[in-house]
Design a protein around this ligand. Structure first.
Ligand SMILES: Cc1ncc(COP(=O)(O)O)c(C=O)c1O
Length: 340
């Protein structure tokens, strides 16, 4: 990729992002059933910044926010950082449990957050029916929605995901947050937010207070990768590798830690493991001493007492590392079990 700064054109140092990338993002969203215009797109430094600016746009200290439970830890830190209070709504394999969501809406939250890509950390996928219902509920309750689409491309189910929630309520304030770091490479740090134009203007203003604008070079790299003829093949190959490693980790756990429960997800980057006892936090400490970092649920939930037996284990490592890690986890588990 050869670039001269004069090729970047107007907008290269603008908080909205490179015009060519914004157009490409809009086209790509259109192709998955969310018709979009470049004016609705703000390029961000990763989906994490998209979440932070959406939270900064809509939340005031003391506000309540509906967050899925368990969830992606970065949304909890953004919500807590804004001085807001999360209300946890349980998720199952098909998304937020609707009865809990409806009950939580009675507390008059200022914002609802849901994931419509592969769910982190459970690996579930939001069903078409729940997308419809969530769309209806946020409109009825007049509450803005953050739709986290970050893990959209890390999906090897072979099943085309239903169209985003935002497409069902085109005039409603929905911020769709996406990630190209997840599609291509974590170090890229390029994502986007897509929203109705008045909301997008506010998001761009908040984004400018974070960093004035995302690196033009990273944005160009993202554009180049999106336009690359091997883009589709690259994503498929990467997902095949992840699927193999998810299978491998699941199989190794079944063999070496048979009292643990996990299932192989159709996407994502981690297994959501259930231990036979509520000792996940203590186990994580022992595992760290054995040289493996695992995440107990504490940072992934607004109600840790519901998940004391849960661990998130990443499988985005090499096969050799996964084998070594499971050996060490088995050693750590034996040590904890002996101590009682
Ligand atoms: C559900 C979810 N949302 C947002 C993010 C942040 O993505 P990015 O790396 O683009 O900042 C992640 C990262 O793992 C994620 O899993």
């Amino acid at each position: 990729m050869r670039v001269a700064t004069r090729d970047l054109g107007p907008g290269a140092d603008d908080p909205w992002g490179l015009p060519a990338l914004r157009s490409r993002v809009a086209e790509r969203l259109g192709a998955i059933g969310l018709p979009s215009r470049a004016e609705q797109i703000v390029i961000t430094s990763g989906a994490q910044q998209g979440l932070s600016i959406a939270v900064g746009c809509w939340l005031r200290p003391g506000d309540r926010v509906i967050v899925d439970d368990p969830t992606y830890p970065g949304v909890l830190s953004a919500v807590l950082g804004a001085g807001a209070r999360p209300i946890a709504v349980a998720v199952d394999r098909h998304g937020p449990v609707l009865a809990e969501l409806e009950a939580a809406l009675a507390a008059r939250p200022a914002l609802v957050y849901v994931q419509s890509g592969v769910h982190s950390p459970t690996g579930g996928r939001l069903s078409d029916h729940r997308r419809d219902r969530i769309a209806q509920l946020v409109v009825d309750h007049r509450v803005p929605l953050v739709e986290d689409h970050a893990l959209f491309a890390v999906d090897w189910s072979g099943v085309r995901p239903p169209r985003p929630i935002a497409a069902r309520v085109p005039d409603h304030p929905v911020a769709v947050v996406g990630s190209y770091s997840k599609r291509f490479w974590g170090g890229l740090r390029v994502g986007f937010v897509r929203a109705p134009e008045p909301v997008a203007r506010r998001l761009a203003r908040v984004k400018a207070t974070h960093d004035l604008g995302s690196s033009a070079f990273s944005q160009l790299a993202a554009l180049h990768l999106l336009d690359h003829r091997d883009h589709g093949r690259f994503v498929e190959r990467r997902n095949r590798g992840l699927a193999r490693r998810a299978e491998l980790l699941h199989g190794l756990l079944a063999e070496h830690l048979p009292s643990w429960r996990s299932s192989v997800p159709d996407g994502g980057l981690s297994l959501w493991v259930q231990l036979p006892a509520p000792v996940a936090a203590r186990f994580a400490e022992v595992a760290l001493r054995h040289g493996v970092s695992v995440a107990p649920a504490d940072g992934l939930t607004a109600r840790p007492e519901h998940h004391r037996d849960r661990l998130r284990l990443s499988f985005a490592r090499s096969e050799a590392e996964l084998r070594k890690a499971v050996d060490r986890l088995a050693g750590a588990w034996a040590e904890l079990s002996e101590r009682g």
